[in-house]
Write a protein that binds this ligand. Structure first.
Ligand code: MN
Length: 518
């Protein structure tokens, strides 16, 4: 039995698998089953029976059925750990099984004609009476020949239904969602590089308690705010930072920052931060501040840049906890610009970025044309990516990467992608470096793929009236007639998150290689 999970383990990339994965449960008493609808490189259904403490599994391309006339191919695949039983969410692309998974059906089962279903599987024939929400009655699995190919059928019994097709019943029995809906806003991520007990990771941030916002409201013009377990000194709380009706004070900015921090942090943690400070508000003068100030609190993580030359920034703030972002906002940073790389590997970008930068003459519709062409190109290449509106005029596309690329690699790849797109609409695009020479046309800016060059973080405010926010969107939203680059503000984006979730969450943990562009 100890070897039952070996095949599963072997499918892993051991370079990214530091710890043993999956313990075989001891009692073996479970009689549960699950069918997961899994969109990986190909759509299939995974039929899994709990036997001897593991999930004995078959991949069924056309899915199980109640139709007694159907004979379905079922490929016997590696056992999965029982922790996977009710997993619903995403598996990072680039990992084994990368894609999205829903619990299409689940329930209990009994083996028929045997008390030892493990032996039945080894002998090549398993009869199972299943009690699911969709599947009922007698399923039979029979091995064909010597390989891993089996046949799955449903007996002519009281539960049989002629012509029954699983694709007519596409929703999860756990959440009621389709694969598409789970992919757009997943609740969980399966980290196949972690031990089985820790592999299912929640993607839902812990929201800030309302009491913390009340405490901020109760402070005078300044004070110490207890937030996320830290004591953060907050100042000038009634200073107006953005125009608006009513105008937006620093207190409101800090309240927004604390509320959004659990959502924004996954895109900031572990990364040096370039702070765009506007101490006199969005109408005042802004400047870049990169050096961690002497007065920063002890708990704020700092990273010393080993490559810093004379006169360059030596120590950066790394916002590794939500309170750090509150400190950053209190410091007057209205915009948060994390590095594309992490502090541990500053020369290895974890995203490739496409910056669709409109010129003075570029209309919003023309920018959408450019964004949709990038969508088409990325779909054609099979590359997972998501767009985001900048909160000003632009759109960016973020493409998650496996470790090991250099900025030279990502810059060259994005240049190739964007030049290919640009050839389709040469009348909209300029490749000139000088703004004046661009004649008001859009720039497809691949040069942002460089160390210490940054784009604004997801959910960062922008220094403009009303405090617009840079917001990740789904590809389908490019076709929404109400979409605008500055559609959401610090007063509206939390409602959007509650309605629609965070489309960038599907990118977290993705480990993707960039295909050749010809
Ligand atoms: Mn599968």
């Amino acid at each position: 039995m100890a070897d039952q999970l070996d095949a599963y383990r072997h499918k892993r990339d051991f370079a990214r698998t530091p710890e043993p994965a999956g313990e075989v449960a001891a009692d073996g008493a479970g009689r549960r089953f699950v069918v997961q609808r899994h969109r990986a490189s190909r759509l299939h259904y995974d039929l899994r029976f709990e036997i001897d403490g593991v999930l004995v599994s078959w991949a069924v391309p056309k899915g199980p059925t109640l139709d007694p006339a159907a004979r379905r191919l079922a490929v016997h695949v590696e056992d999965h750990p029982v922790e996977y039983l009710h997993f619903e969410g995403v598996i990072p692309s680039g990992e084994y099984g990368g894609g999205d998974v829903i619990v299409w059906d689940t329930g209990t089962w009994e083996p028929v004609h045997t008390a030892d279903p493990g032996a039945a599987v080894r002998s090549g024939e398993l009869h199972a009476e299943v009690h699911g929400e969709k599947l009922h009655g007698r399923l039979v699995l029979v091995r064909r020949g010597e390989g891993e190919e089996w046949m799955l059928l449903h007996k002519h019994d009281a539960h049989a239904v002629d012509g029954w097709d699983p694709e007519d019943h596409p929703r999860s029995v756990l959440s009621g969602r389709t694969n598409e809906e789970v992919e757009a806003d997943p609740d969980r991520l399966w980290r196949s590089d972690a031990p089985a007990a820790e592999a299912s990771v929640s993607l839902l941030p812990e929201p800030l308690p309302d009491a913390a916002i009340d405490a901020l409201g109760a402070l005078g013009h300044q004070g110490t705010w207890e937030v996320f377990g830290r004591r953060v000194k907050v100042t000038n709380l009634d200073k107006v930072l953005f125009g608006g009706d009513p105008p937006i004070t620093k207190r409101e900015l800090l309240a927004y920052t604390a509320r959004i921090a659990p959502y924004a942090l996954p895109y900031l943690e572990g990364r040096p931060l370039n702070m765009h400070r506007y101490p006199d508000g969005a109408d005042g003068k802004g400047f870049w501040h990169k050096q961690r100030p002497e007065h920063a609190p002890e708990w704020l993580r700092c990273w010393e840049n080993p490559d810093a030359d004379e006169g360059e920034t030596t120590a950066y703030v790394v916002p590794d906890e939500p309170a750090a972002l509150v400190w950053v906002a209190n410091f007057g940073a209205l915009e948060w610009h994390p590095w594309t790389s992490r502090a541990e590997a500053p020369h290895e970008p974890t995203y490739a970025l496409v910056d669709l930068d409109p010129g003075e003459r570029t209309s919003w519709d023309e920018l959408l044309v450019l964004a949709r062409l990038h969508r088409t190109a990325l779909e054609h290449l099979g590359v997972a990516a998501r767009p985001k509106v900048t909160g000003r005029r632009g759109i960016q596309v973020w493409i998650p990467l496996v470790a090991g690329y250099t900025f030279d690699d990502t810059r060259a790849w994005v240049e190739k992608l964007s030049r290919t797109v640009g050839k389709v609409v040469p009348e909209l695009v300029s490749w000139k470096w000088e703004v004046k020479a661009r004649r008001g046309l859009a720039r497809l800016d691949y040069t942002q793929n460089a160390i210490n060059k940054t784009l604004v973080a997801p959910y960062s405010p922008r220094p403009a009236a009303g405090a617009p926010v840079s917001v990740p969107i789904g590809w389908d939203e490019l076709d929404d007639p109400d979409l605008r680059p500055d559609r959401w503000t610090i007063r509206t984006v939390l409602d959007r998150l509650a309605d629609r979730g965070d489309p960038f969450r599907a990118l977290l943990g993705a480990a993707q290689e960039l295909p050749e562009i010809n």
